[in-house]
Design a protein around this ligand. Structure first.
Ligand SMILES: Nc1ncnc2c1ncn2[C@@H]1O[C@H](COP(=O)(O)OP(=O)(O)OP(=O)(O)O)[C@@H](O)[C@H]1O
Length: 253
């Protein structure tokens, strides 16, 4: 099977410091892939390449057969429709002066997605388990978990093929984390949207993902199913991450 999003031999340095050193990664349609790594492993850098915010110095990123390179917004619309970000911090990522409906519709307007946007807002709010009556509220009227659900709804709005989530629950309370992770897993399963979740938190990846790639010092140390890699780690890098796992409360919490 050819991958939906493929990273081949991606390398990136800042000044003379090598941050990514030949990363290969394949995201298939409907995949739920966690990219885990310790602080400084290169996760955020890889995320910027995956989102075509920056270009690799060497190697390439492709969406299906099409090479992906950063460019002006007009030339990137095809890619932005296909790959959407769920950001880390729902407090900082939602404009405080826009209503929930305006926030969710913004990518539809920017990407010139045709259709009845008000109906789509209700549909998306329902899909992320929020009351459509929240459409007229400002983010300040919502809890952290509700805000992150709005961020997920916004990312889903253009019907992307891939959601890229950047530490999507690290800013949330422990009990809310599980629910947001379950939401990401459920929307991915329901819509067939692939999920790439970049996180230092192995427990979060175990909860939401089926596959995992361990990034260590700018390289993929190991990758495979969550079951294999996180129960029978083959590298020191993975064992260290597992030893640092914060406990997630149970789903009932
Ligand atoms: N724009 C930049 N300019 C210079 N150095 C950078 C830049 N971006 C990242 N780095 C360096 O690259 C290394 C890897 O950073 P990166 O943020 O990708 O790692 P990370 O795995 O996301 O870490 P963390 O979990 O702490 O965010 C770090 O040493 C960082 O200082």
């Amino acid at each position: 099977m050819t991958g939906l999003l493929t990273v081949t031999g991606a390398a990136k340095s800042y000044r003379s410091r090598t941050v990514l050193d030949g990363v290969d990664l394949t995201v298939n349609a409907g995949d739920r892939l966690g990219v885990v790594g310790a602080s400084g492993a290169g996760k955020s850098t890889l995320l910027r390449l995956l989102l075509a915010v920056e270009a690799p110095d060497r190697g390439e990123i492709r969406l299906r057969d099409r090479p992906v390179r950063p460019g002006r917004p007009g030339t990137m619309a095809w890619f932005r429709r296909a790959v959407q970000l769920v950001p880390q911090d729902p407090f900082g990522s939602l404009s405080p002066r826009m209503t929930v409906a305006e926030i969710i519709t913004e990518p539809l307007i920017c990407l010139r997605v045709p259709g009845h946007h008000a109906a789509r807002v209700s549909e998306l709010l329902t899909a992320v388990d929020l009351d459509p009556a929240l459409a007229g509220r400002l983010p300040s009227a919502l809890s952290g978990g509700q805000r992150q659900r709005v961020a997920v709804a916004r990312a889903l709005a253009p019907r992307p093929e891939i959601l890229v989530a950047d530490e999507p629950v690290s800013a949330l309370d422990a009990t809310v984390r599980v629910r947001v992770l379950d939401l990401l897993r459920d929307v991915s399963e329901r819509n067939g949207t692939a999920l790439v979740m970049v996180s230092h938190d192995v427990a979060a990846v175990r909860r939401a993902c089926t596959r995992v790639a361990v990034l260590h010092q700018g390289r993929i140390a190991e990758s495979g199913t969550v079951g294999d890699v996180l129960t029978r780690p083959r590298t020191e890098a993975t064992r260290d991450l597992l030893a640092a796992v914060p406990r997630l409360p149970s789903a009932a919490a």
